[in-house]
Each structure stands twice: as structure tokens, then as C-alpha cells.
Design a binder for this molecule. Structure first.
Ligand SMILES: [Zn+2]
Length: 323
């Protein structure tokens, strides 16, 4: 039988990542196009269709080679209809993404939230290593989450399950969050949250700090600056401890409910690697139920920016691949 390819698409606010992927999850061809945000994002589906056709043409392949498209969208999604309730930064409101993309490509399409799709990618080919019960926490500009139980994403009654970033971890006098609440995990564990914690710590202290010099010279201090200064700077160490305690607490509470095989930490902040994982692991063990702490493993994500396209391919394989 001729081998078919899966198409993974990861829709972001600035770029759309696309890939042709084998039935075994290997990326065969990977490329990007810019996200056209004009006219409330109405050109996006046609741009994706054209990009797929152009790549097929370049490779001398025909549409039949493709089994279907799995796409991650930034925002909550109605799975049954493939409608994006709200496309964050795209201008979409109750947008029929699945239907439009099916019409424009002639291929079957599966849609889910981007953080959920990234979790599927890590489950299949990344740090999850095939674990069927897995939680993925993505630490980027915000904090995203995906919860997989028995191999399937948990969506909840309104598509809002797994919003780990909006777990309240600072119950009093927390910083405002983009969601309208205060004290969410996102306000202390995202790249922007870590930078904010660093600025607060510098304001409260008169101690000499490499971070203070960076703040004075650049007008800002980033999460990467904090991790880079970790071993030489007391304030950087204090900020990472603070962030790790909140993240460890949130992961412990999720794990007490799920007792997943793996909790995978991804996103730009996770590039810090072991210096992030070690303190989070320590707080996780402090806060989790002991049987959970012993059996649930924490790991840094391994797929980076490819998690979304691989997770999209997984959706197509599961739905249309007769597995
Ligand atoms: Zn929030």
C-alpha cells in the first residue's frame, strides 16, 4: 500500500508552521508562512491551502498523498464543529475554521487548541515517550496547558479544560492576569511573569545585582537574563525559587488529581533546562501526595517548536489512519 502523509499545521500570531509527516511521526518536510492578520484573519485558510498545494507541486506529489490536516489554533475550540470560539490575536469569533479549511484544501481537517496539540506531540514523539496519561505545561509569553487522559485530550464542558496558566497560585494581592483575574500561574511562571518578579525583587532590595545593571542599561530585564544570572546573583536565585515554588505547587495539585505518568514542561522558558527542572521537582515533591510524588515524573519537553505540527499529525493519524 502506498504510504500516505499527514499534514500538521500550527497557527501562531506571527507565523504558521506546516509539515508533512509520516505515519510514524517523522517530519519529512517542514516550512513556515507568515500569518496574515489583515481583515480579521480571513485570508489564513486560503494561505494554508495554497502553501500545501505549492509544496506538493515542488515535491512532484499529488493531493491524494495527504491523509488529512491536523491544526492547532490559539484559543478555545469546539471539537465537534471545528469552530474556534475565540482566536486570540487573530480577530476570530466563532470562526468555522474546520469547514473553511476543508473547502479550500479538499482534505479532511481536525482542529484543536494549540497547547492541547503540543501536548499530543510531546506524548507521541517527545518527552512523553508514549505515556497515555500526561500533562503538558507550556511556559512562553503566557502559560498554556494540555491534559491527556488515557491517550485523549481532556476538553471539559466548554473547551476550557487544561487552562493550567489560570490556576490561582497567589490568592491575595496577586498581579493582574490577561484573563481578568489576579494571581494566576501565568503571572508568575511565564516569561513575562518571571521578568515582572525580577523587577519587583529589584525594587524591594538595594543589593548589588547583575540584573539591576541589565535593567538600568536596557530598560528591561528578561526571563533569560534571570536564568543566565542564576548561579552568580542572589536576586536571580530568589526569583527562580519563587517561580519554581508556584509552578511546583500547581503541578503537585494537578498531579494529585491525575497522577499522570509524566508532566512535561515546555515553551521558551523551559530552555533553561535542569536549572529550572531541579527546583520545580523539589517543590513538587514537597507539595504532592507522597505516592504521586514517587510515581509521576517531571521532564523538560524535547520537541520545541515542532510539538504543534507533530501533535496535529497525531490527530489525523488517530482519526483517519485506521489505527
Ligand atoms: Zn489568568
Amino acid at each position: 500500500m502506498e504510504e500516505r502523509w499527514l499534514v500538521g499545521v500550527d497557527l501562531g500570531g506571527t507565523t504558521i508552521k506546516l509539515a508533512f509527516i509520516s505515519m510514524y511521526g517523522e517530519i519529512l518536510h517542514k516550512w513556515e508562512i507568515p500569518t496574515n492578520l489583515s481583515e480579521q484573519g480571513k485570508h489564513i485558510t486560503l494561505d494554508v491551502a495554497k502553501a500545501i498545494n505549492k509544496k506538493l507541486h515542488e515535491l512532484g506529489e499529488v493531493k491524494h498523498k495527504l491523509l488529512g490536516i491536523g491544526m492547532g489554533a490559539p484559543g478555545p475550540v469546539d471539537l465537534a464543529t471545528g469552530v474556534v470560539y475565540e482566536g486570540i490575536n487573530l480577530g476570530w469569533k466563532d470562526y468555522p475554521l474546520k469547514d473553511l479549511l476543508e473547502v479550500e484544501t479538499g482534505l479532511p481537517v481536525m482542529i484543536d487548541n494549540d497547547a492541547n496539540i503540543a501536548a499530543l506531540g510531546e506524548m507521541w514523539k517527545g518527552a512523553g515517550e508514549g505515556a497515555k496519561d500526561l500533562v503538558c505545561v507550556t511556559l512562553g509569553t503566557g502559560v498554556g496547558g494540555g491534559v491527556i487522559a488515557n491517550g485523549e485530550i481532556v476538553h471539559g464542558i466548554s473547551g476550557a479544560a487544561g487552562e493550567i496558566g489560570h490556576i490561582t497560585v497567589v490568592s491575595e494581592n496577586g498581579a493582574p492576569c490577561n484573563c481578568g483575574k489576579t494571581g494566576c500561574l501565568e503571572t508568575v511562571a511565564s516569561a513575562t511573569g518571571i521578568a515582572r518578579l525580577a523587577k519587583e525583587a529589584l525594587q524591594k532590595s538595594t543589593e548589588n545585582s547583575a540584573l539591576r545593571e541589565i535593567l538600568e542599561n536596557n530598560g528591561t530585564v528578561t526571563s533569560k537574563d534571570v536564568f543566565d544570572a542564576l548561579h552568580t546573583d542572589a536576586i536571580a536565585k530568589q526569583v527562580v525559587e519563587q517561580m519554581a515554588s508556584y509552578l511546583g505547587l500547581a503541578i503537585a495539585n494537578i498531579s494529585n488529581i491525575m497522577n499522570p505518568e509524566k508532566v512535561v514542561i515546555g515553551g521558551g522558558v523551559s530552555k533553561a533546562g535542569d536549572v529550572l527542572l531541579a527546583p520545580v521537582q523539589r517543590y513538587f515533591e514537597q507539595y504532592a501526595f507522597s505516592r504521586v510524588a514517587k510515581s509521576t515524573k517531571l521532564a523538560i519537553a524535547t520537541l520545541g517548536n515542532d510539538a504543534g505540527v507533530i501533535g496535529g499529525a497525531w490527530l489525523v493519524r488517530t482519526k483517519f489512519g485506521n489505527y
